[in-house]
Design a protein around this ligand. Structure first.
Ligand SMILES: [Zn+2]
Length: 100
């Protein structure tokens, strides 16, 4: 996934102040903007989900985490999931891989 798409996904997360439910402004929006579907609580953006902080997190992923892909692939332990599918499909794919 390219960096711009990752930024859009990561900066769109919103969290309910009262129950902690998570939403996404593009991919999993609440019925009313800024309001939790479950309890009417206020939705907010975590301070580490801002574009600047997410950019730093992506840089750290590239330098520190991405190299692990080749390491685990070499050991035959890498499993890949298509994160571009909708949430239920991604969940089903992960569950299927974990069942082995
Ligand atoms: Zn809530």
């Amino acid at each position: 996934m390219d960096r711009d798409r990752l930024l859009a996904r990561l900066t769109g997360r919103r969290i309910c102040r009262s129950c902690g439910a998570t939403y996404h402004v593009l991919f999993n929006p609440p019925k009313a903007e800024g309001v939790c579907d479950k309890d009417g609580g206020e939705l907010y953006q975590r301070s580490d989900d801002t574009e600047e902080k997410v950019g730093t997190r992506l840089d750290e992923y590239t330098s520190k985490t991405a190299p692990l892909l080749a390491y685990y692939e070499g050991k035959g332990l890498l499993r890949e999931v298509d994160g571009e599918k909708d949430i239920d499909a991604v969940t089903a794919d992960i569950s299927s891989l974990l069942r082995g």
